[in-house]
Design a protein around this ligand. Structure first.
Ligand code: ZN
Length: 93
């Protein structure tokens, strides 16, 4: 195939690539977003601190750690509850 793995890896690093990757990942996990995705995604990107503990969130390309930004959603209804750090997300579940 002409579309190489390298080209794909490069695409995932672009803004558009990251966005569609996240969208796909959230959908797979059963996250239900009740507002237009673009609006939601902008809010997600603008989020700088954890909703729960207030720690400064880190995002790609910073390697995954306790402060990594994650989307918290209700596992029963799928509704988005907020944006948390990785640590809080684990503790809460
Ligand atoms: Zn937190």
């Amino acid at each position: 195939m002409a579309y190489s793995k390298i080209a794909q890896a490069k695409y995932w690093r672009t803004f558009k690539g990251r966005k569609s990757q996240r969208r796909c990942k959230w959908k797979k996990r059963g996250v239900i977003i009740q507002i237009p995705f673009d609006t939601f995604y902008q809010t997600y990107l603008n989020k700088k601190e954890c909703d729960f503990c207030g720690v400064l969130l880190t995002v790609y390309p910073v390697p995954r750690n306790n402060n990594t930004k994650v989307l918290d959603h209700c596992h029963i209804t799928g509704k988005v509850r907020g944006v948390l750090c990785h640590k809080c997300n684990i503790t809460k579940q």
